[in-house]
Design a protein around this ligand. Structure first.
Ligand code: DGT
Ligand code: MG
Ligand code: MG
Ligand code: MG
Ligand code: MG
Length: 268
């Protein structure tokens, strides 16, 4: 087909191809979730319905889009890591980021009722997205460690803060003052000595966030088969398939990466 005289406008498009060999990370974060969590009566400090819905939406992103090998989420954010050799959408940053953000947002609304039941969704939520490239396995692991450390720091603060308010009878202002300038050890001590809470025994989901990866799982099903002679027999069918699995474990140390050695590609 002949080109129209308007065709030249294509040249105004920016080239946003992601640098080769780098892991492409897309991080989403809920827009103004301070307000969103208040208006939808999220339980403080952690609402398992909200965290479950975030993970469900992230799983839908992994299942629908190609080449995401690991995703990590906490609070109102989720990071998705594309394998460093991906050629999906010619590695165009805007395509990758907008597909992740829109698949995630529509899933968040689509699955809302499964997690929140009678609590209605009051307005359409949205998520911002950014793309960051990491050239080495060390950099990528440090990125994920940074997000998990953030999860831990915030959760320890929020757990202590809301315990002081909900169980200790402090106002939010008093709790804030009480915690100002405290270190992690001080917060652990407040929880333990004043409320008999051992922070180590708190939920791994809240302390460590959610890590999603692809794993091979073996599934056995039984099927009824009708023979030509009209007799029914049961057969067991075993098959392995790849499935997104969810983990709330430490991803800062080496153990997780040794157990799932296929997530990272070699640095050469
Ligand atoms: P942004 O991201 O700049 O548009 O603004 P926000 O308000 O989303 O701020 P951000 O992302 O730094 O903080 C996340 C907010 O979401 C924070 O106010 C606490 C809230 N949030 C996230 N998960 C939960 C939860 O499980 N329970 C409750 N009560 N609040 C949560
Ligand atoms: Mg923010
Ligand atoms: Mg946010
Ligand atoms: Mg956030
Ligand atoms: Mg199109």
């Amino acid at each position: 087909m002949a080109k129209s005289k308007f065709e030249y406008v294509r040249n105004f498009e920016l080239d946003d191809t992601c640098l080769r060999n780098c892991y492409i990370v897309v991080r989403l974060d809920g827009r103004n979730f301070h307000k969103f969590s208040d208006q939808h009566n999220f339980i403080k400090p952690n609402d398992d319905r909200a965290l479950g819905l975030m993970s469900r939406s992230a799983r839908s992103v992994m299942e629908e889009l190609e080449d995401i090998t690991i995703a990590y989420g906490q609070s109102d954010e989720f990071s998705f890591v594309f394998k460093r050799s991906t050629t999906w959408f010619k590695r165009r940053a805007s395509k990758l980021m907008t597909h992740v953000a829109s698949q995630f947002s529509s899933s968040f609304v689509f699955y809302w009722k499964e997690y929140f039941g009678e609590q209605p969704l009051l307005y359409p939520p949205s998520f911002d997205g950014r793309v960051v490239l990491y050239p080495s396995n060390r950099n990528l692991r440090d990125y994920l460690s940074w997000r998990q450390a953030d999860c831990h720091i915030n959760n320890l603060y929020n757990t202590t803060f809301w315990t002081l308010v909900q169980k200790g009878g402090l106002t939010t202002t008093q709790a804030e003052e009480r915690l100002s300038g405290t270190q992690a050890a001080d917060k652990n001590e407040i929880l333990f000595s004043e409320f008999s809470i051992n922070y180590n025994n708190e939920s791994p989901l809240h302390k460590k966030g959610t890590t999603l990866i692809w794993e091979k799982v073996t599934e056995t099903t039984t099927k009824q088969i009708k023979r030509p002679d009209d007799e029914e027999t049961q057969v067991t069918v075993t098959r392995t398939r790849k499935k997104v699995t969810s983990h709330s474990c430490d991803i800062i140390g080496d153990q997780f990466w040794e157990e799932h050695a296929d997530i990272l590609e070699s640095d050469q």
